[in-house]
Design a protein around this ligand. Structure first.
Ligand SMILES: *Cc1c(COP(=O)(O)O)cnc(C)c1O
Length: 347
């Protein structure tokens, strides 16, 4: 069986998830008639203590519609340089929403300096775009942002009359790691975008939860960008199943990530401290390509870089982690033997 460490998006639906999909009651969701989509949206909203939820095909579209619901043309979002909404979504907010991003550097822990955020809020002056929104992300690069920081960010937004959006693609990884319900962790945010297709293991789908008026606007934008689906309940059933059955088990992914880092470190491969389901490991530049090919020959998929990201998920168990570590170990010792033979023979 292939072991895939490239992302937590690669999971296949479990058989229980597939039977939930097969059983799903369906309707036309553009008319608001799909009972499964409605149940998913209501369930997600309740989990987050929010007024409403809205189902999207992807997280990129959910973030885009959230941004476009908060900001009008010529308005501005303050966002991290490393944020998915800024860096990895094709500039959609700017291209399609005419929303100006004001990027700020993320600190090593993933947060933005809130004094810098406040300093970036534009005065009411015709030279400037109108600052409207702060967008944060949790987890970011596998790192958990603590509740106290989030509460301070929310307080800042309120004090300065801004809206605040959370890209919570992996918010359940943060919640499980902290042992804090998402309702408490995300309290005060106007909108939260939650991917069902990452660690939660659904084949597709994201739900945006938030205040009813913002979600109503997001529904209009979703239609405009082509994201309103018809009998979407067949996929939404997988998302609902994921929310009901795959949240607590994220702790296993976190434990497997720690096991992976420990195994690599025992081989002399330096790893950054693990917080959730991502391991960042350092490999010398010259071994990256041959190591990736060696692993490919063992049916292991990953992107090996000087700063390699390895992601654990539902379809990787402890035995899979051990197989990965063993394959890296075999490669490194083979490499060391080749290098020492080359040194002896003076090549
Ligand atoms: C995956 C991801 C998204 C959305 O991705 P899609 O592939 O469009 O579903 C948004 N934000 C973060 C942080 C992500 O990891």
């Amino acid at each position: 069986m292939t072991l895939d460490f490239r992302s937590d998006t690669v999971t296949r639906p479990t058989s229980a998830m597939r039977s939930a999909m097969a059983r799903a009651e369906l309707g036309d969701d553009v008319f608001g008639d799909d009972p499964t989509v409605n149940r998913l949206q209501d369930h997600a909203a309740a989990l987050f203590g929010m007024q409403a939820g809205l189902y999207f095909p992807t997280g990129t579209q959910s973030n885009l519609c959230a941004l476009m619901s908060h900001c009008q043309r010529g308005e501005e979002v303050i966002v991290g340089q490393q944020a998915h909404t800024y860096k990895y979504e094709g500039g959609g907010g700017a291209v399609l929403g005419s929303i100006q991003p004001q990027p700020l550097n993320n600190r090593p822990d993933g947060t933005l300096d809130l004094a810098e955020v406040e300093g970036a809020i534009k005065p009411d002056d015709s030279h400037f775009a109108i600052t409207r929104l702060i967008a944060l992300e949790n987890t970011i690069g596998g790192k958990v942002i603590a509740r106290a920081y989030l509460a301070d960010a929310v307080a800042l937004a309120r004090r300065r009359g801004l809206s605040i959006h959370l890209d919570g693609a992996r918010i359940f990884n943060a919640a499980v790691k902290l042992g804090t319900p998402v309702k408490d962790l995300c309290a005060g945010f106007d909108t939260v975008s939650v991917c069902l297709s990452k660690g939660l293991g659904a084949p597709a789908g994201t739900v945006l939860v938030g205040k009813a008026d913002v979600i109503d606007r997001a529904r209009r934008v979703r239609k405009m960008v082509g994201g309103a689906m018809r009998q979407a309940g067949v996929v939404a059933a997988a998302g609902l199943h994921a929310l009901e059955h795959h949240v607590e088990r994220l702790a296993e992914d976190h434990a497997n990530a720690r096991r992976l880092a420990k195994g690599l470190e025992a081989l002399g491969v330096a790893c950054e401290p693990v917080q959730t389901n991502m391991v960042f490991a350092a490999f010398p530049k010259e071994v990256c390509k041959p190591l990736q090919e060696h692993l490919r020959s063992k049916d292991i998929l990953c992107f090996i870089d000087p700063r390699t990201r390895l992601v654990t998920h539902l379809d990787l168990d402890a035995a899979g982690i051990d197989a990965f570590v063993a394959a890296v170990g075999a490669f490194l010792s083979q490499n060391a033997r080749t290098a020492s033979r080359a040194a002896v023979s003076g090549e």
